[in-house]
Design a protein around this ligand. Structure first.
Ligand SMILES: [Zn+2]
Ligand SMILES: [Zn+2]
Length: 413
């Protein structure tokens, strides 16, 4: 029969890789807890409308990158392409916002986008995601950005660049959008890439961060949004930048940083790694003060970020799999009962290990122990059973000694 493989764009994480992801999650829990963020889990599947209304029907994500399908009763469902909309929905659905005026939440897990699979970009990918809901204060912007930088540094990453921009608010962005459209209407459509030709009408800001070098050159003289925002937005951005500086966090302005989703407002940011070449973005986020209203909620301002774990994983050194403390080589059928008891006693003491499920020769038992890189081989055969002992062999030093089987429950020395 033909073999069955993974679905295109979906990947397994084998034990070494799974360990790396577990490390990134453990560090996230450690660092985010220091800032009083609480873990939340939201479903992978939501009604399509949640993403269409929050991310925006004209964005690339909603237009062509979502895994959308009807259920058996013909309701349109979508595998989540990102976490922010779902966290906001959960927050509103359970009244978290009413209970606590500020919600600090983080989550992890797989996200799904129907893109052409390429290195570092899968259709199922993983993110760590943080959201601070309920405040417009620039202090919240500075704090969550600093927390992100501390998380990346805690993973051991260096050579990080923080880029910042402001996208204005619903009062000042429309005017900028018109100015930008006026500028773009002077370009010749045919020279733009196919995506940008479509974006021209529906999402002109996205032309600013097109990675196509021709588009980048054509839009080089475009008006910059940070120079066009209203006084409130200008003040908000200046405060955020000052606070970051006073906390010792440097940054660079990137007036072309616009991000792909409609719900972003004001502060927007991205962290780049110097070690990764062109597609070097490790994390990104921003403020989304209009998101809650777009999905039928009250006016809940918020700011958040997401880190791509596959990208981070490429920068982390491999983590060695833990080695077992013991392996019991069982040479006689009748040694199984005492061997199982012995294994359980050792595990109760915190030692890890296993045993052969069928009786083996001494030679193959020792081979299994060293293949598993166990620290000790414990040997139980008819000799040992008669004497009531277990033979303990230190596989590093080669030294061995007998221990009384009934008392033996420690592996040190
Ligand atoms: Zn504004
Ligand atoms: Zn383009």
């Amino acid at each position: 029969m033909a073999k069955i493989s993974t679905v295109k764009g979906f990947a397994d994480h084998l034990p070494e890789e799974a360990l790396r992801f577990a490390f990134m999650e453990a560090k996230a829990r450690e660092i985010f807890s220091l800032y009083s963020y609480r873990e939340i889990h939201i479903p992978l599947l939501e009604y399509t409308e949640l993403f269409a209304r929050s991310i925006g029907t004209e964005t690339d994500v909603v237009q062509k990158e979502m895994f959308t399908f009807p259920d058996r009763r013909n309701r349109s469902l979508t595998l989540r392409p990102e976490a922010t909309a779902g966290v906001m929905r959960a927050c509103m659905e359970h009244g978290l916002y009413a209970k606590e005026s500020q919600s600090r939440l983080f989550t992890f897990g797989p996200m799904f986008r129907y893109e052409r699979p390429q290195k570092g970009r899968m259709r199922q990918f993983h993110q760590v995601d943080c959201e601070c809901l309920g405040t417009e204060e620039p202090r919240a912007d500075a704090e969550i950005i600093l927390m992100l930088m501390n998380y990346l540094r805690a993973l051991g990453l260096e050579d990080l660049t923080l880029e910042l921009n402001t996208l204005g608010c619903k009062r000042c962005r429309p005017a900028y959008r018109e100015r930008l459209k006026a500028f773009l209407s002077g370009l010749s459509r045919e020279d733009l890439c196919e995506d940008c030709r479509r974006r021209l009408e529906v999402n002109p800001l996205r032309l600013l961060d097109c990675k196509n070098p021709v588009c980048a050159e054509l839009t080089a003289g475009a008006p910059e949004i940070s120079a066009q925002v209203c006084p409130d937005c200008r003040e908000h951005f200046a405060r955020t930048r000052e606070l970051l500086e006073s906390l010792g966090q440097s940054h660079v302005l990137n007036p072309r940083l616009v991000r792909g989703l409609d719900y972003y407002t004001r502060t927007t940011f991205e962290v780049l790694s110097g070690n990764m070449g062109a597609s070097s973005s490790l994390a990104g986020g921003g403020r989304y003060d209009g998101l809650a209203e777009s999905i039928g909620g009250p006016d809940i301002p918020g700011i958040g970020f997401a880190c791509g774990l596959e990208r981070l994983a490429l920068l982390l050194p491999p983590r060695p799999l833990p080695v077992p403390d013991f392996y019991i080589a069982i040479l006689e059928e009748k040694a199984f009962a005492p061997a199982l008891l012995l294994a359980e006693r050792l595990r109760a003491e915190g030692f890890s290990g296993s045993f052969s499920f069928s009786a083996t020769s001494l030679k193959s038992g020792l081979r299994s122990a060293s293949r598993q890189r166990a620290r000790y081989a414990l040997i139980l055969g008819s000799n040992e059973l008669e004497k009531g002992v277990v033979l303990v062999k230190n596989l590093e030093s080669g030294l061995q000694k007998e221990e009384i089987l009934d008392d033996f429950s420690r592996l040190d020395g």
